[in-house]
Design a protein around this ligand. Structure first.
Ligand SMILES: [Zn+2]
Length: 614
C-alpha cells in the first residue's frame, strides 16, 4: 500500500461522500484485474464433487437444512426494523430483535439478522457445487425480499454494524458470483449505503473502541478490521471502485498489520476468530494492491497462530482469546475452560487463510495445517438443529470434555458451518499452470482441461483411517500435465507413490508436494501409501507433561474412564484396534485406554490432553 495513513485520513471523508454516487461496473463489463495472480488458482465450485464420505455428508446435511429454513423467519428482523409487515415466527437467540440483550448474560437480540448473509452465501455456494435449481431460486428470492428492507434505519442502535454488514456483503457478492443473482450487486449498493453512516472513519481495534464513548459494552466488539476481504472481493466481482476504496480505508494497519509485518506477535489479548479472519483481508490487500507488507503480515500472523496459539487439534484461542507465549495460559486454560476452540467459525477462517497462503507459496505445510483442523475439529461438529441449537466450542477441559450445543440459538457458528462445508471441495484441489495440486485426501472427483485434454481425476480413500489413497485418471486423449501430491510433514520414510503399480521415481519428501509430470492416459492410477508417525504433543512449552497423542493428521481423544496419569512410553504404543477402524487402544501400566478421533465421538466424555508426569 502506498497511501500514507496521514494523507489517507485526509481524503477518507471525501471518499465516503463520493462513493455513494460512484458508478458501478455493470455485469458484462470486463472485471478489474488484481495486481497479483497467485501460482495456484481455485477451481470453480462445480468442478469438484465430493463423493460419499463424511465431508459430503456434512455438506449435504447443511444444504438440506438451509433449503428447509423458512424465508419469512429469516427476513423477519429486517422487515421489523424497516417497519414492513413481518410474518412468520421469530428465529430467536442472536438472530431476533429483542430488548432482552445484556452483554453480561443474555444474548437474545444481540445482533439481529447477523447470519442472514452467511446463510445466503452458504446457499449460493451450494448451488455452485450442485447446480440445484431450487437452491438458486431460493437465493434469488431471499435477495429480492431483503432489498426493500434496506435503509440506514436498520443499524440505528445496532451493536455491531460492520460485523453484520460484512456477512451481508459476503452473501450478496456470493449470490451474484455463484448463483448468478441479477439483483445482488444492486442490493449490495443499497446495503452499503445503509451501513456507511454507522461505520467509523477507519478500522478500530477493540482497545480503540473501548476508549471511545459507547452506550453499551457490546458496541466495542465490532469487527471493522475484517471488512476489507469482502470489499476487495466485491470490487473484483464487478461491484465498482468504491468497494476497493472502502477496502483500503478499513485495513487495520496501525495496530495489527504493520506490527505483524515487522514480525511482532501482537496476537495475545486479541479476540481469536475475528483476528484470524482479518488475515484474509491482508491477503486480499496483497493480491489486489500487490502490497508485500500485507503478505508479510498474513504470513507472520499465521505462523504465530500455528506456532504459539494452537492446540494439538489445530484449533486455537481458548475463551476466544489469544494468549501470551511463555505465559503457560494455554495449558492453564485446560483446567479452567470448556470453551477451547470456536470451531465452525475458527475452522472457516483457518481454511480461508491456509487456502490463500497455499495458493501464493505452494508450501504444503498450509495444507497440513488445514487437514489437521478438518479432521480434529469441524468435521466433528454436531449438526445444526431446527431451533437454532449450534455446535460452537470444542471442549478440551482436562477434567472431562464433552460435545454439546451453545446456550444461545443461531450464533455466529451457525453461519460459518454451511460456508465451510461448501468450501471443502475447492480446498481439496488447486490448479497450477502445468497441472493439478492434490491438497486433501478425500473421496472426490475433479474436472479440468489439462494439456489439451478433458481430464477427470477420481479419488477414492478412507484417509486418515486407512493411510492410502487412490486416484484414477480419465482423459479424452493422452495429455501431459503435472500432478502434485501433498506429502505431509509428519510422514515417515516408508511413504511411497506408485503409478500403475510401479514405484514412481519422484521423491515423496515429507513437507513438500511430490510432482509427477508425464503423459497421462485414461485408466492411469496413482496410489499413495502414507507412512504414519505417532507423536505426543505438549499443550504448551510450560506444560511439557500434558500431551495429546497425534497419529498422522489425527488427534486421538481418550474416552472415560482413564487413569489420571499415563507413561509416555505406553502411550506411544497406541494403535487402531483393526485396520481402518476409528477405535484406538493401548494397554498401560494403569489400565487399558480407549481413544477415538473427534468426529467419531458422540456424547461420551473424553479427554484430549493426558498427564504424563510419572
Ligand atoms: Zn462462531
Amino acid at each position: 500500500m502506498c497511501t500514507s495513513r496521514r494523507s489517507f485520513l485526509k481524503t477518507s471523508s471525501a471518499l465516503v461522500a463520493a462513493s455513494v454516487t460512484a458508478p458501478r461496473v455493470l455485469r458484462g463489463d470486463p472485471l478489474p484485474q488484481p495486481a497479483i495472480e497467485p501460482e495456484l488458482s481455485q477451481f470453480n465450485y462445480g468442478d469438484v464433487e465430493l463423493l460419499e464420505g463424511p465431508l459430503r455428508q456434512q455438506f449435504d446435511e447443511n444444504h438440506k437444512f438451509f433449503m428447509a429454513l423458512d424465508e419469512d423467519r429469516l427476513l423477519k428482523p429486517f422487515r421489523q426494523r424497516a417497519g414492513l409487515p413481518a410474518p412468520g415466527d421469530e428465529m430467536g437467540g442472536w438472530y431476533s430483535n429483542s430488548d432482552d440483550f445484556n452483554p453480561h448474560g443474555n444474548f437474545n437480540g444481540f445482533i439481529p439478522g447477523h447470519t442472514f448473509g452467511q446463510y445466503l452465501s452458504g446457499l449460493a455456494r451450494a448451488y455452485a457445487v450442485t447446480g440445484d435449481k431450487p437452491t438458486q431460486a431460493k437465493v434469488d428470492r431471499l435477495v429480492r425480499a431483503f432489498a426493500p428492507t434496506l435503509s440506514s434505519k436498520f443499524y440505528a442502535g445496532y451493536h455491531l454494524p460492520a460485523y453484520t454488514y460484512d456477512k451481508s456483503c459476503c452473501g450478496l457478492i456470493d449470490a451474484h458470483e455463484f448463483a448468478g443473482c441479477p439483483t445482488a450487486l444492486r442490493t449490495l449498493d443499497a446495503a452499503t449505503d445503509a451501513v456507511l453512516p454507522h461505520l467509523p472513519e477507519k478500522a478500530l481495534s477493540r482497545k480503540e473502541q473501548y476508549a471511545r464513548p459507547h452506550a453499551n459494552e457490546a458496541d466495542c466488539w465490532d469487527e471493522t478490521y475484517t471488512l476489507p476481504e469482502n470489499f476487495f472481493l466485491a470490487w473484483r466481482r464487478g461491484a465498482g471502485q468504491r468497494y476497493r476504496d472502502l477496502a483500503v480505508r478499513f485495513l487495520e494497519d496501525d495496530f495489527y498489520f504493520n506490527p505483524l509485518a515487522e514480525g511482532q506477535n501482537v496476537l495475545p489479548g486479541e479476540h481469536a476468530y475475528s483476528h484470524v479472519n482479518a488475515f484474509s483481508s491482508a491477503m486480499q490487500a496483497y493480491l489486489v494492491l500487490g502490497s508485500q507488507k500485507h503478505l508479510r503480515a498474513a504470513t507472520n500472523g499465521f505462523n504465530f497462530l500455528r506456532d504459539t496459539q494452537s492446540f494439538a487439534t489445530g484449533g486455537w484461542g481458548p475463551d476466544e482469546n489469544f494468549r501470551k507465549p511463555g505465559s503457560g495460559e494455554i495449558g492453564q486454560s485446560l483446567a479452567k475452560s470448556h470453551s477451547s476452540f470456536e470451531t465452525p467459525c475458527g475452522a472457516y477462517g483457518h481454511f480461508k487463510i491456509t487456502r490463500y497462503l497455499l495458493r501464493v507459496t505452494r508450501d504444503s505445510r498450509y495444507g497440513d495445517s488445514m487437514e489437521r483442523v478438518l479432521y480434529n475439529t469441524v468435521l466433528g461438529s454436531l449438526p445444526l438443529k431446527e431451533d437454532g441449537s449450534s455446535f460452537y466450542y470444542s471442549d478440551y477441559n482436562s477434567a472431562w470434555g464433552q460435545k454439546g450445543y451453545h446456550r444461545d440459538k443461531w450464533p455466529c457458528c451457525s453461519g460459518t458451518l454451511p460456508q465451510i462445508a461448501a468450501d471443502y471441495g475447492i480446498s481439496a484441489y488447486f490448479r497450477s499452470r502445468s497441472g493439478i495440486y492434490v491438497n486433501l485426501y478425500v473421496p472426490s472427483r475433479v474436472k479440468a482441461n489439462l494439456g489439451g485434454a478433458r481430464v477427470t481425476l477420481e479419488q477414492h480413500t478412507e484417509y486418515p483411517h486407512h493411510m492410502t489413497t487412490s486416484i484414477q485418471v480419465t482423459a479424452d486423449r493422452e495429455a501431459r500435465f503435472a500432478l502434485s501430491l501433498r506429502i505431509p510433514a509428519w510422514t515417515g520414510p516408508a511413504t511411497r507413490i506408485t503409478v500403475n503399480g510401479k514405484r514412481a521415481a519422484e521423491d515423496a519428501r515429507p513437507g513438500t508436494f511430490a510432482r509427477i509430470e508425464r503423459n497421462w492416459r485414461s485408466g492411469d492410477r496413482i496410489e499413495v501409501e502414507f507412512d504414519r508417525t505417532m507423536q505426543l504433543e505438549a499443550v504448551d512449552p510450560e506444560h511439557p507433561h500434558l500431551v495429546a497423542p497425534v497419529s498422522g493428521p489425527l488427534t486421538l481423544f481418550t474416552l472415560a474412564p482413564a487413569a489420571d496419569k499415563v507413561r509416555r512410553d505406553d502411550l506411544l504404543k497406541l494403535a487402531q484396534v483393526a485396520s481402518g477402524s476409528t477405535n484406538w487402544q493401548v494397554k498401560t501400566s494403569s489400565g487399558s485406554l480407549s481413544l477415538r478421533p473427534f468426529p467419531s465421538i458422540h456424547d461420551e466424555k473424553y479427554r484430549l490432553y493426558l498427564d504424563t508426569s510419572i
